[in-house]
Design a protein around this ligand. Sequence first.
Ligand SMILES: NC(=O)c1ccc[n+]([C@@H]2O[C@H](COP(=O)([O-])OP(=O)(O)OC[C@H]3O[C@@H](n4cnc5c(N)ncnc54)[C@H](OP(=O)(O)O)[C@@H]3O)[C@@H](O)[C@H]2O)c1
Length: 311
Amino acid sequence: MKAIAIEEYGDVKNLHEIELEVPKLAADEVLLENYATSINPIDWKARLGYLKGMFDWNFPVVLGWDVAGVITKVGDNVIDFKVGDKVFARPDIYNDGKKGAYAEYVAVKEDKLALKPNDISFEEAAAVPLAGLTALQVIEDRLKIKKGDKVLIQGGAGGVGIFAIQIAKYLGAYVATTASKKNHDFLKSLGADEVIDYHENKITDVLSGYDAVFDTINAIDDGLAILKADGRLVTIAGKPTAEQKIGSKDVSEWWLQPNGKQLQQLTDLIVSKEVRVIIDSVYPLTTQGLRDAHEKSQSGHAKGKIVIKVK
Ligand SMILES: NC(=O)c1ccc[n+]([C@@H]2O[C@H](COP(=O)([O-])OP(=O)(O)OC[C@H]3O[C@@H](n4cnc5c(N)ncnc54)[C@H](OP(=O)(O)O)[C@@H]3O)[C@@H](O)[C@H]2O)c1
């Protein structure tokens, strides 16, 4: 099968098309014919070698951790899914480094899958799992946002921010967010109550007394400064220091846990139109397509998700 892989860590020129064997299935996995995947910042961070300490991959390494496609094969222990099902997932990150989603076929554990609703395309579905699950797990499970809470979501126009704003509004929160001016009207149309231009204003000058902060940009001190004494902060972009953890405020980091049941919950919000999927751009599964998509993501100014159309 065709795949796009890196042969060593480094810049986008290291992304190349290769031929790879279709993944062999474990008993609890299904094989998907991949229709679409999407780019997340972890992809270019991995390409640059920032995940070396977490994963001991052998080259060539296939990146990519969102997938939407059609099941072509099921493992012996798979119960809830069958050949022909249209599904999507944030697959596990495997230690062999070969099972990423920049490929025509992807193996995924059954418990990571959700059925793709007919209302959304494969491209839209591929934009959801990694960013959407991160937003859901932080807003609902970690920050425990409830009606009337005041929450700041940093980086509102990014892949995670867009889902987080909509989920927090669905739960009844007052939502402030940060973005460049060109994105303000757009983020208000998604429900944000207040948008701060981070190029012109420091959040510490304009916000205070917040119940919760979702930090997506590693600005933990700023987040802590605007919280109430018993406020909560979760970061997905940094690591709180021992000093930042002292005191009455609850500060922690979060790493997404792939989960098919929660992806189904997110799907229900999309089908009921509580949550819209926002796509910045679509690129093909080619060497050039992946290089362009990585550059776009690494620019730090995508509006929503960057998608790769595979089929
Ligand atoms: N721990 C985990 O499990 C986990 C999961 C997902 C993501 N992450 C991490 O979370 C971060 C965000 O991910 P993402 O997918 O949302 O990234 P993204 O889509 O690349 O984010 C792009 C957005 O960031 C905004 N931005 C850039 N600098 C900003 C700043 N100083 N203040 C406010 N907004 C700023 C830009 O807004 P403007 O264009 O409006 O300036 C742009 O819309 C990344 O570091 C990623 O690696 C971690």
